[in-house]
Design a protein around this ligand. Structure first.
Ligand code: GLY
Length: 363
């Protein structure tokens, strides 16, 4: 684990433990519940919270935030900072953030910058939140249409993963989260990837058994490289292209979910990985992975955006790819797979190679 004064090991707690009488005590978080305030996704303003949250929740100490990419802004941070000020927040007061990845990202950023960082715990309510966004301490907001351009590293004191939230998700949220879950298998665990193949991700019962392993994969990678200097970059599989797709969508006033863009970004990456495949078996497994991802994206054809994507001129995405924060010294680097379960994260791409692979994917 990297050594950094602001960063300690993150505690990941699973819902099964929430069944006990007082899980807060079991989890060693009892003291925190006495001073806790809440930032909650507006989706749950009128809904019921699970009993372990309802037992500590105080509506007068709650700020509700709209979810969605639009909330990841400095304006939302102002709102959170004002609210923290009104409560006289200090480094001894904790905040419990309940919501999807956009809410935990922006709240985590505001909390990690307020007084140079006040403590928080995350209760992710979306699949992508449970297996990715709420683990690993990356907090941030979007800026000038670019994703996560301003951000911090600060780990939550704990992340509570509770599969019962899965019933609150629509099909777009399920497929979006599923794409990130697939990514964890593709970059780190071929057996896990193989075990996903027969799953119908629109059926939450079928997804539930995979959540714990997917969250643990994320945790394992983060523990190797918390500050994103090496191994953690593998988690960006598909993200360079995905962020460019999202940037163009934003510019054209279209909406595309992050997870769907990541799905297409990974399909691009799998095709690109084929250029480096050293044998037919690897090539075949990379092709098979593309087919599997397309099959899952096709479960919600009205959201998969393939018609729009096939009209895009690749060089119109390149400006955004060049601006990606992962680049160094004006060179563009990306992640490819040497095989399923093995990622290589520092390989240069050129406009020419990007374009030819894009045309292969969207021919
Ligand atoms: N979601 C990518 C990372 O946490 O590094």
């Amino acid at each position: 684990m990297n050594d950094h004064p602001k960063l300690m090991k993150q505690q990941i707690l699973f819902s099964a433990e929430a069944d006990v009488h007082n899980p807060w005590k079991e989890w060693g978080l009892d003291a925190f519940t006495r001073t806790c305030r809440f930032i909650v996704d507006k989706r749950f303003e009128k809904g019921e919270l699970p009993s372990y949250l309802a037992s500590i929740w105080n509506p007068s100490k709650t700020l509700f935030l709209e979810g969605g990419e639009g909330t990841k802004s400095i304006e939302t941070c102002h709102e959170i900072w004002e609210w923290l000020d009104d409560f006289g927040t200090n480094r001894g007061t904790w905040t419990c953030v309940i919501g999807g990845g956009t809410v935990t990202d922006v709240a985590g950023f505001a909390l990690s910058t307020y007084k140079r960082g006040v403590p928080f715990i995350f209760v992710p309510t979306t699949l992508v939140g449970m297996i990715d966004a709420s683990i690993g301490g990356k907090n941030g907001v979007n800026y000038h249409g670019f994703k996560n351009q301003i951000g911090t590293f600060q780990l939550p004191k704990a992340t509570i993963i509770d599969g019962s939230w899965m019933d609150t998700l629509d099909s777009l949220q399920l497929i979006s989260g599923w794409m990130e879950l697939c990514k964890h298998g593709l970059i780190h665990d071929a057996l896990f990837w193989n075990s996903l193949q027969d799953c119908n991700p629109l059926n939450t019962e079928q997804i539930l058994p995979f959540i714990e392993r997917a969250a643990n994969i994320k945790q394992e990678i983060v523990e190797l490289d918390l500050l994103d200097h090496g191994a953690r970059k593998a988690l960006n599989l598909g993200h360079t292209v995905a962020h460019a797709i999202e940037w163009l969508a934003h510019k054209e006033n279209r909406s595309i979910s992050h997870g769907i863009a990541v799905g297409w970004g990974m399909i691009w990456s799998l095709e690109w990985s084929g250029n480096y495949a050293t044998d037919d078996t690897t090539q075949a497994s990379l092709n098979q992975a593309q087919i599997a991802l397309r099959k899952w994206l096709d479960l919600i054809p009205e959201e998969n955006q393939s018609a729009w994507l096939s009209t895009i001129a690749p060089n119109s995405l390149w400006a955004a790819i060049e601006k990606d924060k992962k680049n160094e010294a004006n060179r563009v680097y990306d992640v490819y797979l040497t095989s399923i379960g093995e990622a290589k994260w520092h390989t240069e791409i050129s406009l020419e190679s990007f374009t030819s692979v894009w045309k292969q994917v969207f021919k």
